[in-house]
Design a protein around this ligand. Structure first.
Ligand code: NAI
Ligand code: MG
Length: 333
């Protein structure tokens, strides 16, 4: 039996994850869902932001679904548990689909899967003060480039994405980004996928002006962080944006948003980002039909007008969940 560890976390995590769990139980009843803790509430209860029990549960499972956590104010020893997970489980690929599901949500007709290198580059935190300046070390390895390009190309094959764009800044960063681009074309050679490359600034503009030219984007850490938020905004905002952190042995799926303290506890958070993250976890486990049942159900629920306030509706988190569950129940019958 397949096992998914489920972590609600803090803030709206505790409101949106239960909706994803309802849906998972419906479309994939054979999966064992194992609850675990992480984040600020976990710290208060167990003394740890990321208890060993949670780490062990994830190592023993096939995938993990996680809501969101709140970062504490003024704890100098704090290290983000999600960064720890990415690092310790070597979750080097951050996969973020950004698809406009229906025409009246979002502003651009995008159907993009963005694959971001998640283990090196600008975000390794190696900053040093030197003679009145701060020097940042940015390391990009051949192995890192190769595995992220392979991951993205494999994803294009399994999801039938026809075109992939390698996004970089090789006109300025000739050696590092130049290597990334070179390895991309080596890995793409001989595959039946249309491969092209683009400078990151041009790509930021083209996402808005020529969205149809993109299928998959593979890119480095910093560029991916920025472009994925842009892409999410173009298709309806954070409440609609799912993601997966994937390595060779483990995978953690989570909405792109945080714990949203400004709306937490009010029952109005949009659960779609988390529900679509759950759907990604099923695809990762090879359960494509169950995943599509969720995606099609979300589309139908949105079409029927059931929407949370962030996307212009007046429904609650639970009302969206109720509508989705009833749609899926009908489709399963
Ligand atoms: P946030 O993503 O929590 O919220 C940004 C804005 O988007 C807020 O106005 C919020 O109400 C809205 N929003 C987010 N998700 C929504 C949803 N599902 N439905 C409707 N509206 C939604 O980012 P913020 O406010 O910068 O951070 C809040 C806390 O979350 C911080 O402690 C931060 O460190 C943490 N955080 C955690 C992340 C994670 O767990 N992976 C990621 C980002 C932030
Ligand atoms: Mg970000």
């Amino acid at each position: 039996m397949k096992r998914i560890v489920v972590i609600e976390g803090d803030g709206i995590g505790a409101e949106v994850v239960p909706q994803a769990v309802r849906v998972l139980k419906l479309v994939a009843p054979e999966i064992d869902l194992i609850p675990a803790e992480m984040g600020l509430a976990s710290k208060r209860r167990t003394g740890n932001y990321l208890p060993d029990a949670t780490m062990n549960a994830i190592r023993d499972s096939d995938a993990c679904l996680f809501g969101a956590i709140t970062s504490p104010d003024g704890d100098p020893a704090y290290r983000s548990p999600i960064l720890r997970l990415r690092c310790e489980l070597d979750l080097y690929a951050n996969v973020r689909p950004a698809k406009r599901i229906i025409p009246d949500i979002g502003i651009v007709d995008l159907d993009l899967t963005l694959v971001r290198e998640n283990s090196e580059g600008m975000y390794t935190g190696m900053e040093e003060e030197k003679e009145g300046a701060v020097v940042l070390e940015r390391k990009i390895s051949e192995k890192g480039c190769r595995r992220i390009c392979r991951h993205a190309l494999d994803l294009c094959e399994s999801e039938q994405i026809a075109r992939i764009t390698c996004v970089h800044k090789a006109n300025v960063l000739r050696k590092s980004d130049g290597m990334f681009r070179r390895i991309f074309y080596q890995e793409a050679a001989g595959r039946r996928i249309e491969a092209q490359d683009m400078l990151v600034d041009a790509a930021a503009a083209a996402l808005i002006t020529k969205p149809k030219m993109f299928g998959c984007i593979v890119t480095l850490n910093l560029y991916g962080d920025i472009l994925s938020d842009e892409a999410a905004a173009l298709v309806g905002g954070l409440g609609m944006a799912p993601s997966g952190n994937i390595g060779d042995h483990y995978a953690v799926f989570e909405p792109c948003h945080g714990s949203a303290p400004d709306i937490a506890g009010r029952g109005i958070a949009n659960p779609i980002a988390t529900i679509l993250s759950a759907s990604m976890s099923l695809k990762y486990l090879g359960m494509k039909d169950a995943a599509e049942l969720i995606e099609d159900g979300v589309e139908e629920a949105l079409r029927s007008g059931v929407r949370t306030p962030d996307i212009g509706g007046q429904h609650s988190t639970w009302q969206f969940g109720d509508e989705l569950v009833s749609i899926i129940e009908k489709r399963i019958d």
